[in-house]
Design a protein around this ligand. Structure first.
Ligand code: PA5
Length: 509
């Protein structure tokens, strides 16, 4: 294991993400044992994989062609393949149009927020939240919000809300803001908002936005220009949120757009993910470059060098074999929110018509002390995709040598936490092989904007390939509509009166 400095000195040639699945292939020439018998039942035969390769390549061709379809036939709808080429298009457009491009616009608005506030509340749910959260957790300091302003180097603190209708978390946020932000003239006490909703009418984020806007109006003054400057909307092309902002006098260049042809959970490389990232000073161009590189690998590379096709084929075949619970085991706490993001991606894309794998996010080694028992010994319905981080960012923390050795750790005094992690990784996966529990590895060389771009794009592309392989349209989420319609009906059937005490701020500013 090396740290950042070591990495630079070694001049690593690239930071490509790979998918390694050899561990879950059966070994055809091994002598019969109860273990090989079990592995035969639960692992994958190389021939099986070889059989689907041609099919997977054909599906790749079909997906590549779908990108060009302007007016798809009814049976192909919804079709939202815009995310595939979006990263490169964003970069190209920025190169040509600079500030007038969508990326230029979002960089300008990000800079405005950074220059004017110390806290940003990000409102959004589902695809309008999870990508930004995944990037924040992976790429920022773990205790970013707790760090003093100087150490944050001008990067505002970030809070995610509007991803629920949770009364008490929102009131807690207001309490925090009211107690820490008293004088709107002082930059350290100012706060701004990013509100993201592609449809512009999701009840959770829309209702919370009203309350947050009222809170901001209380702080800056109801008629203050600042409200328009420090509340940045991201929405679809024709939505109620856009109408609202226009009615409030927003100029077009201050409203960021999620393109129609990009679905909500595929929108991390629109302003939805990129604006919070840019506010945090992350290199969004490197992210887009990583994503675009993954698209190119997907389109151009043969199966053997194509992590998208490999991941899709292996995961599809294992689902067909009854491994319907798909665990994304992140070997870094920094990557847990990538798992939450993937939970939505997989659930809403493939969980249709009584079919589709169930995603579960685990963080190892933490969850080896909770879910570990079940993964090793429970129902044989799981495929575990390890999300492995090859290289830590910071210098190693050593176990160290101490005089009081009652804990018996001096024997490992020259080992680092990374060494312990590596031993846990090997030990866990050996145990899984012995127990005929299939596992494979998504290998992330290091966490950077570039690798995060690759990773998220890889999982989005692979999910679309899986959808096409299983005959499920990966776009759209008709199942989500049922609860929304019921919720609206129930609300409308009740009198429009509050049940409890009403907070001042929510009395309609
Ligand atoms: O994938 C999708 O489109 C959905 O899950 C959305 O991300 C989610 O419902 C939030 O929608 P919106 O961004 O329109 O508020």
């Amino acid at each position: 294991m090396t740290n950042d400095k070591g990495r630079k000195a070694m001049q690593l040639p690239d930071e490509n993400i790979e998918y390694s699945y050899q561990r879950l292939l059966t070994q055809p020439h091994e002598a019969w044992t109860p273990t090989t018998e079990l592995q035969g039942q639960h692992f994958l035969a190389q021939e099986k994989l070889d059989e689907v390769k041609q099919w997977v390549m054909a599906v790749r061709g079909q997906i590549a062609a779908e990108r060009e379809l302007q007016n798809p036939p009814a049976k192909m709808r919804p079709l939202q393949a815009g995310f595939i080429d979006l990263p490169q298009k964003m970069l190209d457009h920025y190169k040509r149009k600079q500030d007038a491009s969508e990326l230029g616009k979002l960089l300008r608005l990000a800079q405005r927020l950074r220059d004017n506030v110390d806290r940003v509340v990000v409102l959004g749910i589902g695809g309008s939240y999870l990508g930004g959260k995944a990037l924040f957790d992976a790429l920022c300091h773990t205790y970013h919000n707790e760090m003093p302003a100087k150490l944050r180097m001008g990067k505002p603190r970030l809070y995610f809300e509007g991803n629920n209708v949770d009364n008490d978390t929102l009131q807690d946020l207001f309490e925090l803001l009211e107690n820490t932000c008293v004088d709107p003239e002082i930059i350290e006490e100012r706060w701004g908002v990013i509100v993201a909703s592609k449809s512009g009418e999701t009840l959770e984020s829309a209702a919370v936005f009203r309350a947050v806007k009222a809170e901001a109006a209380k702080f800056y003054g109801p008629k203050s220009e600042t409200l328009r400057e420090l509340i940045v909307p991201i929405t679809g092309t024709k939505t109620k949120l856009r109408d609202l902002c226009k009615a409030e006098g927003y100029p077009d260049e201050d409203i960021l757009t999620i393109p129609d042809e990009v679905g909500g959970r595929f929108s991390v490389f629109t302003a939805v993910g990129l604006l919070p990232a840019a506010v945090l000073g992350l290199d969004v161009r490197a992210m887009l470059l990583g994503a675009s590189t993954m698209t190119r690998r997907f389109i151009d590379e043969p199966f053997e060098r194509n992590p998208v096709l490999q991941f899709a084929a292996v995961n599809h075949l294992m689902t067909e074999r009854g491994k319907t619970t798909r665990v994304l085991a992140a070997w870094s706490k920094k990557l847990e929110a990538v798992g939450w993001w993937y939970d939505q991606l997989l659930s809403e894309s493939l969980g249709k018509n009584g079919r589709g794998p169930t995603p579960i996010t685990a963080v190892y080694t933490r969850d080896l002390h909770s879910r570990g028992q079940q993964h090793q010994d429970g129902t044989r319905d799981k495929l575990i995709n390890n999300l492995v981080l090859r290289q830590a960012k910071h210098p190693p923390v050593m176990v160290g040598h101490v005089d009081r050795n009652e804990d018996d750790l001096n024997q490992f005094s020259r080992r680092s936490l990374q060494d312990l992690m590596e031993a846990a990784f090997q030990g866990t996966n050996e145990a899984y092989v012995q127990g005929a529990r299939p596992t494979a590895d998504i290998v992330l060389p290091v966490i950077t904007e570039h690798t995060m771009g690759q990773l998220l794009q890889m999982l989005m592309l692979a999910t679309v390939v899986e959808g096409r392989l299983s005959g499920t349209n990966p776009y759209g989420q008709p199942g989500v509509e049922a609860y929304k319609a019921n919720m609206m009906r129930i609300l409308k059937s009740q009198p429009n009166l509050p049940k409890g005490e009403v907070r001042d701020a929510a009395k309609g500013v």
